[in-house]
Design a protein around this ligand. Structure first.
Ligand SMILES: C[S@@+](CC[C@H](N)C(=O)[O-])C[C@H]1O[C@@H](n2cnc3c(N)ncnc32)[C@H](O)[C@@H]1O
Length: 415
């Protein structure tokens, strides 16, 4: 087990130095691991980042002075996570952490790790109680983030933070060209996979996540995995056969495929990242769908736009991703307060360029997976002030809950 602890501690270190959890975990999982070890590593990494403020709170109480070695801190954080949140035996967790510490500096920190963890075990109940009384530890978010959510959502802030710490549901989108929600539900039931319909058209929530390979028809594009909130985008765009559609930030292509499943449109899927664009190609192929793919910057038109206006544009812009923290618990630790202003500037520049590509009478959907007003309502207000030919037809701010993540949509019409 100490190998898993070591890999998990390394992943925490990578995230601390600015890498995403997805990247760091993928790197760690390149080591030879059994499927069980792989699953345990994933659980420890996601769990430790979900509970990080709590784990740090306990560590500060157990070791008030700075630790002699940063790696040691990560070893202890991982072990504390395992002691509180996993079913592994306490003695085994402590022994493995001690073994790991021994390897770190030829036995120097063995006694320290052993002492800290045994001390925690002696005071476990008291430690849990104290953490519940501390705002940062109880909600498991950085203080500045808590304040920002409190300010934006004086009523809902506590539930938003709580949902961010939950395990996300696995939600499917049924391809209505190939099946129906009712039909697919009965196929899942026949296989013993409990699930419920979220709506009559496409959304199904599984009771327990499964490997996509177990989903009937997945390889043929009968269903895709997509959050229910994300499924609103294509529907809001009111697509009609024959329209020219631009998906300006398309990768990995969840919404691209949904749009093509809903209507026979001529779709251009653009993304600045060629590697991510390759995932759009894979998803299109799985669904037997067609689109023109362009690796280009949506903030400028040179080199990719043929001068023909689009009838519909989806601007699913890069954002703080503050609405999908439960799927990416590293986000709350990687972001900095100044990020929102920078992101808002980039988003504004991108939507201004895209607005120029929209036909008169056309519609553009501005979308983020953010819950912060700087990227959403405030962005919309500023956009409307800059563009007298724009009207907002509809605006939705979704907050994370049992059935969907946090998203923002503003549907704009051009006259
Ligand atoms: C929120 S994700 C899009 C998710 C996608 N629409 C889906 O539903 O699967 C944002 C995407 O914008 C891309 N992106 C970032 N800056 C861009 C730019 N200047 N031009 C085009 N794409 C960009 C990123 O590579 C990323 O794939």
């Amino acid at each position: 087990m100490h190998r898993i602890q070591q890999l998990a501690a390394d992943v925490l270190g990578q995230v601390e130095s600015g890498h995403t959890l997805t990247e760091a975990l993928a790197q760690a999982q390149r080591s030879e691991l059994t499927p069980q070890e792989r699953a345990a590593l994933q659980d420890i990494c996601y769990g430790s980042l979900r509970q990080l403020a709590r784990l740090r709170f306990w560590l500060r109480r157990l070791v008030p002075k700075a630790l002699p070695e940063p790696k040691l801190e990560r070893v202890l954080l991982v072990a504390l996570y395992q002691l509180v949140y996993t079913r592994a035996a306490d003695y085994a967790i402590v022994n493995e952490a001690v073994t790991l510490a021994e390897r770190l500096a030829r036995g120097k920190f063995k006694a320290l790790v052993n002492g800290v963890l045994r001390n925690f075990l002696r005071q476990r109940e008291e430690m849990l109680r104290l953490a519940d009384k501390d705002l940062e530890a109880a909600t498991n978010h950085p203080r500045w983030w808590i304040k920002a959510v409190q300010q934006a959502y004086p009523q809902e802030w506590a539930s938003v933070l709580e949902w961010n710490n939950s395990h996300p549901p696995m939600t499917l989108r049924v391809n209505t060209r190939k099946s129906t929600v009712a039909d697919y539900l009965s196929q899942l039931q026949a296989l013993g996979m409990a699930a419920t319909a979220l709506d009559a058209s496409s959304g199904i929530q599984l009771e327990k996540p499964v490997n996509v390979r177990e989903l009937p028809g997945f390889a043929d594009g009968v269903v895709s995995v997509q959050d229910w909130g994300a499924q609103r985008a294509a529907t809001l765009l009111d697509l009609q056969a024959g329209q020219r559609v631009l998906d300006a930030c398309a990768a990995p292509g969840g919404k691209t495929c949904h749009m093509l499943e809903l209507a026979d449109v001529q779709l251009t899927a653009l993304d600045i990242d060629p590697q991510r664009l390759a995932r759009v190609a894979e998803n299109l192929q799985r669904g037997g769908l067609q689109a023109s793919l362009q690796a280009a910057d949506a903030s400028q038109t040179t080199g990719w736009w043929d001068g023909q206006p689009f009838d519909r544009i989806l601007a699913d812009v890069p954002c703080s991703a503050s609405g999908v923290v439960r799927r990416h618990p590293d986000i709350k630790w990687l972001r900095r307060p100044g990020d929102f202003a920078t992101l808002a500037r980039q988003q504004a520049q991108m939507v201004d360029t895209l607005w120029g590509l929209l036909a008169s009478g056309g519609k553009m959907l501005y979308a983020t997976c953010s819950i912060f007003p700087e990227e959403n309502q405030q962005q919309l207000t500023a956009f409307l002030a800059r563009h007298s030919d724009a009207a907002c037809l509809e605006q939705q701010q979704l907050l994370p809950c049992a059935h969907h993540d946090g998203f923002y949509y503003a549907l704009l019409a051009k006259h």
